[in-house]
Design a protein around this ligand. Structure first.
Ligand code: GLA
Length: 395
């Protein structure tokens, strides 16, 4: 069990729980958000990714109910939802908003385990919402962990990750890959996750917080196009894969092809699909180099892979924007920065910079100056550390 932190956030969740539901004390759970070091947009193409579960995420105070109601409250969002377990639809409802994620997990959990009791949960988070740090995956995973513990079903962590992923794709309808839910569910202290999405298979690789810290830079640009743009990239990769299968050779995943394969299929693909596929294939090389570097404690080379990854997501994959390009360029120009790239799906939101420990304040100052001169907006910064992973919180 993880010790329950004594913070204003946890106090606020506890108070709200008492006010909404009263009665005996709830049980407490936590699931982290994530940043992804390298491996941008590879998970849904069967590639490898290298996410780190961070020391921020979503907390939940939870208790089962006997009346078949699912009552969800978030202290960060206005909405409170009261749903009926007996009349659960197959898809979320627009009026449920953010609660579609936990309700989708509840539904998948009932399908998998046959346990369909009602539940009451108050959520609260210290990971910024909708910025590319996977607050939604953390919300799903914390729900899955809570249901598993409250029912004592003892599912494996990767099974909880899959439940969480299905809630997002099947119930909410975002065609995301498995990275975010696996990163949150399988996070471990002092380690990053090397996830081979084609299996899926995974291993943990040590990350040294003494060698390098992660500065998160929020452009404050809303990710307005993220959903449509994301689903469009998924569809383009599927088409590119189909063309490679018919024109070159039949491999199960786009990420398994080589540059030579792409050249062979060049005639059959239009220029846009070619660039999308080139990002995927090139990013696989970058992740191999990035993991090697991490294993050898070479944060300089790891940083160079972040830079190259950003370039490719900007030019070949077209998921960057001026704000993300300017903020990462400004970070790279500062001393003590190993590398920088956008994080999450892109289209706005946050970028990360790997920075020599102790230098983040000065880097943030320089970046803020350059960015506000250009856009008239001061970005916000956060220093994230590799977290302890998810779990139940003891008192
Ligand atoms: C989002 C998706 C992930 C992944 C990333 C891009 O975060 O939810 O599955 O595709 O974008 O790497």
């Amino acid at each position: 069990m993880i010790a329950k932190p004594r913070t204003a956030l946890v106090d606020a969740i506890g108070q709200r729980f008492g006010k909404e539901f009263g009665g005996a004390a709830p049980r407490w759970f936590f699931a982290p958000g994530r940043i992804n070091l390298v491996g941008a947009h590879l998970d849904y193409s069967g590639g490898d990714v290298l996410p780190m579960a961070v020391d921020r995420g979503i907390f939940a105070a939870a208790r089962l109910r006997t009346d078949g109601r699912i009552r969800l409250v978030s202290i960060d969002q206005q909405l409170r939802v009261d749903a009926d377990a007996a009349t659960m639809p197959a898809r979320t409802r627009p009026e449920w908003g953010w609660a579609g994620y936990p309700i989708g997990v509840w539904r998948g959990f009932r399908e998998r385990t046959g346990k369909g009791d009602g539940v009451e949960i108050v959520f609260g988070g210290d990971v910024p919402m909708a910025s590319g740090l996977s607050s939604s995956a953390a919300l799903e995973v914390v729900t899955a962990i809570a249901l598993d513990a409250l029912h004592d079903t003892q599912l494996e962590r990767h099974q909880l990750a899959l439940l969480a992923h299905r809630a997002e794709t099947g119930f909410v309808g975002v065609r995301c890959g498995i990275m975010d839910q696996f990163a949150s569910a399988l996070g471990r202290a002092g380690q990053v996750l090397l996830l081979h999405c084609a299996g899926p298979r995974w291993e943990h690789v040590p990350f040294d917080p003494e060698a390098c810290e992660v500065l998160v830079m929020d452009t404050l640009k809303p990710r307005a196009l993220a959903k449509t743009g994301f689903n469009e990239r998924v569809a383009q990769c599927a088409t590119a894969h189909e063309l490679l299968r018919t024109h070159v050779r039949d491999l199960p995943h786009l990420a398994q092809y080589t540059v030579a394969d792409l050249e062979q299929a060049r005639e059959a693909m239009d220029e846009l699909l070619f660039r999308r596929a080139r990002h995927v294939v090139g990013e696989m090389d970058r992740i191999r180099a990035g993991v090697e570097a991490l294993r050898h404690h070479d944060y300089k080379t790891l940083g160079a892979m972040l830079d190259a990854s950003h370039r490719s997501t900007a030019t070949d994959y077209d998921v960057s924007c001026d704000e993300l390009d300017v903020i990462t360029d400004a970070a790279r120009a500062a001393p003590d920065v190993f590398g920088a790239r956008l994080t999450g799906a892109g289209f706005g939101g946050c970028a990360i910079a790997l920075v020599r420990p102790g230098a983040s304040g000065a880097v943030a100052e320089r970046v803020a100056e350059v960015f506000s001169r250009r856009f008239g907006v001061r970005p916000t910064f956060d220093l994230l550390r590799v977290g302890t992973g998810p779990g139940e919180l003891g008192s």
